[in-house]
Design a protein around this ligand. Structure first.
Ligand code: OSB
Ligand code: MG
Length: 374
């Protein structure tokens, strides 16, 4: 495998419904997709999951494009590769920038799977034929509206409901959901909205028998989460705190969590995601696949990753129709009885809807140079 050319399409797509977290609301999604071509003409696709503003991690669409254009693509072009695992070694002189790295590595994995004439799921060693999926619901204006949204997705068959919480929007909402819907599989995600000063409030969540509380404390913390986990019975799940295999190793060693949400973009690629999955399985830490409001290419990568056997809890990879009127792949990702079937055709398993990509494109660039500034 030798990547000869990379084309980046920056897209802007309107979301069907805005998504609100403790930080703010996403109405339109600006993101990019990568089309990489190898020397034999095989085309692989990747999707960047950074947002327009750095509220989730430090990366943005623009920082990713800069990293790709000026460092990552030039480092990768014209290099002979046996396996996608080598990509992280090639990128090792570049610190962090996990989402930018992951988007390009994802395209290499797609090419690799096609070269081997297997599905991406099979290429990474996944064996689950269908994956369980849940839904992540943004913060609504009123509790009644939140209950309506929960009901809608329960009716669509999602196997787990996740709601976003923040100070002032926590105990009462959870209480209302339990009162209306009983013992449904329910969890909460705080996106770092609390500190250890809120421990009495976080303890109150224990009575609701939640599956877990995701990222209650600071995005760069591992120690306080360990302190918290010792004092609450609700399992702690880490999201933002885990950006690498080493982060996962530290969190497990300290007892900071019982669950890890793995996102390919946040950890720098599929190869790193597999390593974290394997580490968690060996240490009885439950894993599930998180989401970044992806379009179809990112969604397809998530589906393939989730086919690994350690992904025992429903992930956030919902149907394409959750966010998009028209996705950039076909067929679109669909959910039936709370499951997505893992595609078996070669590569990412979905065809690229080039017309949809063209329609949403606001910028296109082709990179063919392997000159780096150092
Ligand atoms: O914290 O898991 C998160 C969306 C954007 C950024 C961070 C998060 C989320 C979600 C939604 O919870 C996941 C999805 O539906 O793709
Ligand atoms: Mg989260």
């Amino acid at each position: 495998m030798k990547i000869m050319q990379v084309q980046i399409y920056t897209l802007e797509k309107k979301m069907k419904s805005p998504f609100s977290t403790s930080f703010g609301t996403v109405h339109n999604k600006k993101f990019y997709v990568i089309e990489a071509i190898d020397e034999s003409g095989i085309v692989g696709w990747g999707e960047g999951v950074a947002f327009e503003a750095p509220w989730y991690t430090e990366e943005t669409v623009e920082t990713s494009l800069h990293m790709l254009r000026d460092f990552l693509v030039p480092l990768l072009l014209n290099k002979e590769l046996e396996h996608p695992n080598e990509v992280s070694q090639i990128f090792s002189s570049i610190r962090r920038n996990q989402m930018a790295k992951a988007s390009l590595e994802g395209a290499v994995w797609d090419i690799y799977a096609q070269m081997k004439k297997v599905s991406l799921a099979e290429a990474i060693g996944g064996t689950q034929k269908a994956i369980d999926v849940g839904i992540s619901i943004g913060i609504e204006k009123t509790i009644e509206k939140q209950l309506q949204v929960v009901e809608k997705f329960l009716n669509e068959g999602y196997k787990r409901i996740k709601i976003k919480i923040k100070p002032g929007w926590d105990i009462e909402v959870v209480r209302a959901i339990r009162a209306r819907f009983g013992e449904i599989p329910l969890m909460v995600d705080a996106n770092s909205a609390y500190t250890l000063h809120d421990i009495e409030l976080l303890k109150q969540l224990d009575e609701f028998n939640l599956m877990m509380i995701e990222q209650p404390l600071a995005q760069d913390d591992i120690v306080d989460h360990a302190v918290l986990q010792k004092q609450i019975t609700t399992p702690v799940c880490l999201d933002e705190s885990i950006c690498s295999y080493n982060d996962a190793k530290s969190a497990i060693a300290l007892g900071s969590c019982q669950v890890i949400n793995i996102k390919i973009g946040r950890v720098g690629g599929i190869s790193e995601a597999i390593k974290i999955h394997d580490l968690c399985v060996a240490n009885q830490i439950a894993v599930w696949c998180g989401g970044m409001l992806e379009a179809g290419i990112g969604r397809a990568h998530n589906v393939a990753l989730t086919s690994l056997t350690g992904f025992t809890m429903p992930g956030d990879t919902a149907a394409s129709s959750r966010y998009w009127d028209e996705d950039i792949i076909y067929p679109e990702v669909t959910v039936a009885n709370g499951q997505i079937e893992v595609p078996t055709s070669i590569g990412i398993g979905y065809a690229i809807n080039r017309a949809a990509i063209e329609k949403a494109s606001i910028q296109k660039e082709i990179i063919t140079t392997s000159k780096t500034p150092f």
